[in-house]
Structure formats: C-alpha cells, structure tokens
Design a protein around this ligand. Structure first.
Ligand code: C2O
Ligand code: CU
Length: 465
C-alpha cells in the first residue's frame, strides 16, 4: 500500500487523537456534589410543621463529611439557592483559594453555578463547613454541617461509640418558619442573635442509646449564630481531649467547658449512670437544659484508666515568642460602647452615621475593611513569620474571634497554650494569641457571632508569599 499524502494526513490526525482516548477513560470521576438548596427540617417536634431551611443536600444541619487524615477532600458545590453562596471549611489548613470566602478568596457561586473544592487534609479533628457569603442569613438558615477528619486507623482512641453533636440555635415562629431578621440592628449591636429553639443535630434534646460502662467520643460543635454554650455531663465522666480540632497535650477532666460560636471540643466520656437511667449532655448557660439524652442499657461496667492524649497534628511550630512580631487589634463599638465613630468610606464618620449604614463595630478604628471596592488587609505579614497578636475588646460584649487557615495558640502569662481557631474575648478584656503565618493569602479574622461579623467585625490578614 502506498501512502498518499492524503492518507498520511489522516493517519497523523488519527494518532493525534488516539492518545487522548485512554486518558479520557482514566480521567477522575466528577467530584461528589454538595447541593446547596432550599429544603425543610423537622426542627420542632411534630405536630409542629417542618421548618423551611437552606440545606446541604436537603438536611439542616447537613449530614456532613467524614474523612481520614491525609486524604484529599474533593467536593463540587452546586448552588441551587436563590442567591450566591460559597463553602468555607472552618478550621482547616488549606490553600487560600480553597478557603471559600465569597468576595475575598473566590467569586461568589451564582445560582445555578458550581465550584470545585479540592484540598488535602493534613490534620485530624472535629471541624465543620458552612456558607461564607451573607453568613448571618445563610448559616442561620441552615447551611452548616460537620466535617470529621479521623485519625488514621491505629491512632484512634479506643472508644465504644462516637457521637457528633452539632449544637444549633434557631429563631422560630409557631408555624415552624424562621424569623428572617438575621441582621436585626438590636441583635447585631448587642450580644448577637439568640434563638428560641436550641437543637443538637437539628432536634431538640435527641436521644442516643448507650451501655453502662461505654466509653464515648463526643464531638461537640457550636454552630449557633451567637449563643455561647457551657456544655456539661451528667451520669458520665468526661475528659476534654481536643479543642477546635487540635489535640490537647494531655486530656483535661471536663469540669467547665465554654463553647463559643464556631468552637469545638472532643470529649471522651465514660458512662457511669445505671442501666435504666439516662446520662445527659446538658448546657449550663442562660437557660440550663438538656442538650442530648443517653438512655443507658445493661453493660459491663469496667473502670478504665483515664484516656490517653490524641496524637498531635503536624502544625508548624510556633517559633520563639520573644522574636515574634507584635500586633494589636482593637475592637470597639456595640451598644453602650461609647464608640465615637470610625473610618467608613475613607473618612471619619460618627457612630450615628456608621450605624445608619449598618455598622456597629470597628476594628482598629475602621468599620468597613471588607467593603466592596475598598477592601484592605488589617495588616500584612510575611509567610513564616511568628505573630503575637493582642486582641483588645473595648466593647461591653464578648466576641468569638476566628482566624482562617491557621490555628493560633492562646497566650496566657507569656506562655503559648491551647491551639485554637476561635477564641472568646470577654467584654473589656484583652486576649493574646500567637501563630506562625504559614500559607500565603488573605485570611479572614472576624467575630463568629455572625451579626457582629456583618456589622464591622470582619477583616483579614494578608500573608505575603
Ligand atoms: Cu466559620 Cu469565617 O468562619
Ligand atoms: Cu462579636
């Protein structure tokens, strides 16, 4: 057979196409979809009607994701909501472009559109994910879910059962619908928006059956808009083994635990109540109540030694505090806060004027750090730099300050303590934290009381490459 010019050309074309075929066949399957869409949740017990919510895949809170440390998380967010959204992976160390902050680290995902998230999971622990666009309304309507990163097999604590308890707070009407006053000025300028229905995993005081003597791992997540929980146990002996996902160097007997919005605690608890009784997870805050009930059945009650600590996560070492870069964040405003005014729109404005624009708070004298068109970092630091940040709360309200992308040590008496991603700063107090600014990018620093975040308490640090 003679190769004509024409046939030769056809062969070239064919061989140019062929190698692509096997690659296509081997291509990774489409990522698992998380659909953000309107749905309903039976937050109130029947015969109350179900509550219209915004959901991940039909549930509020979402069913969540469970992975193993070292795995890669890949999810496609599909937006079937009537407004743009995004997903923030709270507490995770990930590349800035995957952090999910609409308008800062990515464009908002418009209705009908999607966004692919893909990142490795270097740390084990209890995390969560939630919307990060108009967060007060979107998280409040139900766009939040647990993200559990298990230790590798062999490094997990020896427990009989595990319970994820996502604590929620909803403001509902008699007909089951949500009050949609997510940014009510009175809430935003005071302690934040409290609900009238407190839930665990979307139910009021749900039950989970256990055996006497069981050792449980409880993963507590505060997904509430503003409520500070004080969880406690009855009929169980507990030890805190991790806070905000990060293992404590040694388990700490659970005596008092304060869980501010966005904070988590891993608790190992031994059931000591008798068969036929109920062990309880309760809350001791404003209106003490049962958060979750554990009916106890017969079991072999053995006394066990206190639990061992969890294996530490490979977070970058802090470095010496002596040589750390000192930074200060002054937070002011709110009701009864005596804030005279703040920078807004590039000029000094009085409190009345900024309040008229929906701002009640300021960071370092400016209210609109993330305003469209005028966005600016609070400060720029270098990658690898150790930062010693004093957070001075000049307001009369507590604030749950959250830093994206890296955990910080709470510093007390000059010594770095617990690793956290959210710290509660009481009114009038100054909290110190220290961290190693590892990954380049713009990392949000904001109050996790979402009405506060929406009204002045949002900024970001720029970590230069
Ligand atoms: Cu959990 Cu910027 O938030
Ligand atoms: Cu706040």
């Amino acid at each position: 057979m003679t190769l004509t010019r024409r046939r030769f050309g056809a062969l070239i074309a064919a061989s140019a196409v062929l190698p692509a075929l096997p690659r296509r066949a081997r291509a990774a399957p489409d990522p698992i979809v998380i659909e953000a869409r309107p749905g309903t949740a039976q937050l109130l017990p029947p015969p109350y009607p179900a509550t219209p919510v915004w959901s991940y895949d039909g549930a509020a809170p979402g069913a969540g994701i469970r992975m193993v440390q070292g795995e890669r998380l890949e999810r496609r967010l599909l937006n079937a909501l009537p407004e743009p959204t995004s997903i923030h992976w709270h507490g995770l160390r990930l590349p800035n472009g995957m952090d999910g902050v609409a308008g800062v680290t990515q464009a908002p995902v418009a209705p009908g559109e999607s966004f692919d998230y893909a990142f490795d999971l270097p740390d084990a622990g209890t995390y969560w994910y939630h919307a990060h666009r108009s967060s007060a309304g979107q998280v409040g309507r139900g766009l939040h879910a647990p993200l559990i990163v298990e230790e590798p097999v062999g490094a997990r604590p020896d427990v009989d059962d595990e319970v994820v308890a996502m604590l929620g707070d909803w403001r509902l009407r008699e007909d089951g619908t949500q009050a949609e006053d997510f940014l009510a000025p009175h809430d935003a300028s005071h302690g934040g928006r409290f609900g009238n229905v407190v839930t665990t995993n979307g139910r009021i005081a749900p039950s989970h059956s256990v055996r006497r003597g069981d050792r449980l791992r409880l993963r507590l997540i505060n997904a509430a808009n503003a409520r500070i929980f004080e969880p406690a146990l009855q009929g169980m002996t507990g030890w805190i083994v991790a806070l905000d996902g990060m293992p404590l160097p040694a388990p700490r007997p659970l005596e008092s635990l304060v869980l501010a919005p966005a904070q988590r605690a891993d608790v190992i608890a031994d059931v000591t109540a008798e068969a036929g009784e109920e062990a309880l997870l309760i809350r001791l805050d404003r209106e003490p109540a049962v958060q979750m009930a554990f009916p106890v059945r017969e079991g072999t009650a053995t006394t066990r030694p206190a639990p061992a600590s969890l294996p530490p996560n490979p977070v970058p070492a802090l470095g010496a505090l002596d040589g750390a870069r000192p930074l200060r964040l002054v937070m002011e405003g709110g009701a009864m806060g005596r804030m005279g005014g703040a920078l807004m729109g590039g000029r000094r404005a009085g409190f009345r004027e900024i309040a008229g624009a929906g701002y009640y708070w300021a960071f370092n004298g400016r209210a609109d750090w993330t305003a469209e068109g005028a966005m600016a970092p609070l400060v720029e630091v270098a990658a690898g730099e150790t930062v010693h940040l004093a957070i001075e709360n000049r307001s009369n309200w507590p604030h749950a300050m959250h830093l994206h992308g890296m955990h910080f040590h709470e510093v007390a008496g000059g010594a770095p303590g617990d690793l956290r991603d959210t710290t509660l700063v009481p009114g009038g107090a100054t909290a110190e934290v220290a961290f190693r600014a590892a990954a380049p990018g713009d990392w949000m620093l904001h109050c996790h009381m979402l009405g506060h975040a929406a009204s002045g308490m949002t900024g970001f640090l720029r970590v230069a490459a």
